[in-house]
Write a protein that binds this ligand. Sequence first.
Ligand SMILES: C[S@@+](CC[C@H](N)C(=O)[O-])C[C@H]1O[C@@H](n2cnc3c(N)ncnc32)[C@H](O)[C@@H]1O
Length: 313
Amino acid sequence: MNQFLQDVLKGLQSSPKYLQSKYFYDKKGDELFQKIMQCEEYYLTNCEMEIFSTQTAALADIIIDQHNSFDVVELGPGDAVKSLYLLKELAGKNAIDTYFPVDISNNIIDLLQKKLPEQLPKLNIHGLNGEYLSMLTSAKKISDKIKLVLFLGSNIGNIPKEEVNEFCRQIRSQLSIGDMVLIGIDLKKNPKQIRLAYDDSNGYTREFNLNLLRRINRELGGNFVIEDFEHYATYDPITGACRSFLVSLKDQQVTIGNHASFNFLKNETVFMEISQKYSIEQTDEIASQSGFEPVAHFFDKNKWFTDVIWKCV
Ligand SMILES: C[S@@+](CC[C@H](N)C(=O)[O-])C[C@H]1O[C@@H](n2cnc3c(N)ncnc32)[C@H](O)[C@@H]1O
């Protein structure tokens, strides 16, 4: 049984029901995420773009100050538009050899493999299609250089807060003293603003969530009636957890191929994704509890978002 099917069955058999957000990213999901990033409400992209486009030299200097010849592994790069600023700067200073974009979406890896050689002619581009941690292990087998791991766009927020230290420890266990990570983290701010970012007025976030039901229908033989579910986003300013759900609009039964059937009650929810927000102090704690030392924090002008550089200790 393939992993996608196993994970969907497990999630829908659970109480409360859930689906894993890493499956959002098929070709349509990638396109919808591009649209979300262009929404006015989705401030995260603009904030991180501001950091990467206006503080590129300062980011590069701190990295090069630690080491002057290394490889870059990027976990979940998406379109890599923000990282390109830094990659160009580092390549211009002859500081990097190979860029390993790691993404669960083969569509993303194909696109980057086509697009990046034109923009980064001096760099070897070695795309790795798969999960963050297993592909980091693959990159380590191929490259024996010092590494800089990029993890941008607050992808780290999609890991529940209770699991984030363990996730960072696992990254650390694949790295060596001298390696660095550069992580984009969304910060706590006005709760209304956060909630709006996950419920944009164009309805792209809604479509992005519903698209996973379409993917299940197409790839696993499901029979979800898309119109019978709606998207719902919540933000808890105390814990910093922003959560997306799909809500069943009526009592209904959904079948996944010839594998299983699931009953949904009217107003029953399916948990889809967490986007955890942190304070700057919490980001330092994650670093020290997972074997890293914070070296620098970069901010956008509003201090809504941070890109932190940690070194392995
Ligand atoms: C929210 S997008 C962010 C993209 C990019 N970092 C940015 O800042 O624009 C998440 C990206 O990570 C990828 N991704 C999500 N979960 C993943 C996983 N478990 N392993 C590998 N890639 C994953 C998705 O396919 C997508 O390209």
